[in-house]
Design a protein around this ligand. Structure first.
Ligand code: SAH
Length: 237
């Protein structure tokens, strides 16, 4: 936790803030070994960041006094990530990693090789998803939550939604065996499409290419979704 994320209503007019959730209190005590007088980085969800002094810490709450928050969060990656819905634990880790890397738009998509049962997972509840996004923001020192959209239909997404996204962005489908290698150092905004653990079926790749995406690969090694996404984003940007 490299940043303490506060909601605007957590901070009083004179700059005092209190947090009460057990996860962060434990982290402050056990990882930061925090003590009153220590300075930590804080940020307001969707807003500015700065330093705050821990004024008190006990089992119930931590209180801070915030200096004026003037620092802007780091720039976002200009990418809309379209991810075939991974199994719940992989989803949790992937959401955390891509949020830490600066992705702000995420679509979770159904494809043929996504198990239908994944869509019933309690991990897809908005509150659960938000928890993983917050972990990513705390890790990277960012305050801007990504927007996550669930799309349970592949064809409606590709036919009705993707063309709009591609009107202002370059579309890239990561698929082992494509002719071209993943480009490096993109200068334009992109839509990055990543498949499920079993990969895309041929028909899906054809539909994505027909919609205007370019196919590309990351070399002969088949990577897990969370590794592939991290490698793709760092290579693209
Ligand atoms: N068995 C599947 C691979 C699934 S890996 C297949 O052969 O297609 C899960 C997803 O990660 C893939 O759909 C792809 O989007 C991405 N990925 C993993 N390794 C990759 C590589 N070497 N090149 C391009 N994409 C890759």
């Amino acid at each position: 936790m490299n940043l303490i994320l506060l909601s605007p209503e957590d901070i009083t007019a004179d700059g005092n803030a209190t947090i009460r959730d057990p996860r962060r209190l434990r982290h402050l005590r056990e990882v930061h070994r925090a003590a009153p007088g220590q300075h930590l980085t804080v940020g307001v969800a969707g807003g500015a960041m700065g330093r705050a002094e821990l004024t008190a810490l006990n089992d119930q709450q931590a209180t801070f006094h915030c200096a004026p928050l003037t620092q802007t969060p780091p720039p976002a990656l200009p990418v809309h990530l379209v991810l075939a819905l991974p199994r719940p634990r992989m989803l949790a880790r992937t959401l955390e990693h891509v949020t830490a890397l600066g992705v702000k738009d995420i679509t979770l998509l159904h494809t043929r090789r996504v198990e239908k049962s994944y869509w019933q997972s309690p991990e897809l509840a908005a509150e659960k998803i938000r928890r993983h996004l917050v972990l990513g923001l705390e890790q990277a020192r960012d305050t801007v939550l990504p927007e996550v959209t669930l799309r349970r239909g592949f064809r409606p997404f590709v036919e009705d939604v993707l063309p709009g996204l591609l009107s202002t962005r370059r579309g890239l489908v990561a698929h082992p065996g494509m002719a071209n290698a993943c480009p490096r150092g993109l200068r334009e905004p992109a839509v990055l499409v990543v498949g499920p653990e079993g990969g895309f079926i041929d028909w899906e790749v054809e539909r994505l290419l027909a919609a205007g995406c370019e196919g590309m690969h990351l070399g002969p090694r088949i990577l897990r979704v969370e590794t592939a996404v991290t490698a793709l984003l760092s290579r693209l940007f």
